[in-house]
Design a protein around this ligand. Structure first.
Ligand code: HEM
Length: 199
């Protein structure tokens, strides 16, 4: 048992990190779509969203350190930081490494949000969708528990929720975007357009 403690820790921390990162994405979408109505309060949802993202990063660090500490399959620090340098399922592990960098980028830009341009924060934050997709792909290709019933049910439930909320989010932003036909035109602009058309 003691020789397998790091392997069990890697698996458990991986599943918790994935669950927390996914919950953070779902909470973020619940916030932007207002899918839960006026209750719970947006400030509470926002705090929970940030908290979940922060501890997802901590559990990912535990997951990666346990993978390195486990002696059954040898992973060096380089193997867990640079994609395709290890020999154990290099593609499946690469999805995890890219997810780690995306998670770190989303968290660090959120911590520095007040000091960086909103446009940059927003673009990096959109990488959460790639983070969700890649970390799920990583779990389904690298994980020992990828065929266990409860894990598969959780993955299907979370993926369906994210797809539905993302569709609501896209629909809401399409509705909000002003079109040339519906955009309100100020009376002065309308007069000047009319006079230039008649000249
Ligand atoms: C440097 C980054 C990463 C490396 C090197 C890495 C490595 C690994 C390895 C070797 C496994 C197989 C463990 C086993 O035998 O089951 C695994 C599984 C897993 N990883 Fe990662 N991982 C990384 C990042 C991530 C991230 C960012 C997440 C989620 C946020 C994650 C979630 C998972 C999950 C859910 C499993 C499946 C655990 C199981 O089936 O029991 N990993 N990872």
């Amino acid at each position: 048992m003691s020789s397998q403690i790091f392997w069990y820790s890697a698996r458990a921390a991986g599943i918790v990190a994935w669950a927390l990162a996914s919950a953070s994405v779902v909470w973020g979408l619940a916030l932007s779509t207002r899918a839960l109505g006026k209750r719970p309060r947006p400030a509470w949802l926002f705090d929970l969203h940030r908290f979940l993202g922060g501890i997802a990063l901590i559990f990912t660090a535990i997951h990666v350190l346990a993978v390195v500490a486990d002696s059954y399959v040898h992973f060096s620090l380089i193997d867990v930081l640079v994609p395709f340098t290890g020999t154990w399922h290099p593609v499946a592990v690469a999805w995890g490494i890219v997810s780690l960098y995306l998670l770190a980028a989303v968290e660090l830009t959120s911590l520095a949000r007040a000091r960086i341009p909103k446009r940059i924060w927003r673009r990096v934050h959109f990488a959460s969708f790639a983070l969700f997709a890649l970390s799920t792909l990583h779990a389904l290709t690298a994980g020992t528990d990828r065929r266990s019933g409860p894990f598969v049910v959780a993955v299907v439930a979370v993926c369906s929720t994210v797809v539905v909320l993302t569709a609501m989010r896209v629909a809401a932003s399409v509705r909000r975007r002003p079109t040339l036909v519906s955009a309100p035109v100020a009376p002065a602009t309308r007069r000047s357009l009319a006079s230039s058309a008649s000249n």
